[in-house]
Design a protein around this ligand. Structure first.
Ligand SMILES: [Zn+2]
Length: 92
């Protein structure tokens, strides 16, 4: 897990940039839920916090969680880290 942490941090930084740039029209809630999903995956929490456990917030939380899970899987995949810089067939 430890060698996977860097790419997750990059994803979180990216999410924060997106959150800063988005207009205040509700999309910040999506970014917040997405970022929370990433953070919860990183902290090995499989359930969303109560405020993210329903409706769109839950959907966005799941998107963030799944995104982090895929990134984590790719960062640990020898096929994705064969020094070509390209994802393997499974993750492309
Ligand atoms: Zn792969």
């Amino acid at each position: 897990m430890r060698e996977c942490e860097h790419k997750i941090e990059v994803a979180q930084a990216h999410g924060q940039v997106v959150a800063v740039q988005s207009d205040d029209d509700g999309s910040h809630l999506r970014d917040e839920a997405f970022a929370q999903g990433i953070a919860d995956f990183e902290n090995e929490r499989t359930q969303p916090p109560p405020e993210f456990s329903h409706g769109d917030m839950l959907r966005w939380w799941n998107e963030g969680y799944d995104f982090a899970a895929e990134l984590d899987e790719m960062s640990c995949c020898s096929g994705c880290n064969d020094s070509t810089g390209n994802p393997c067939i499974t993750h492309s």
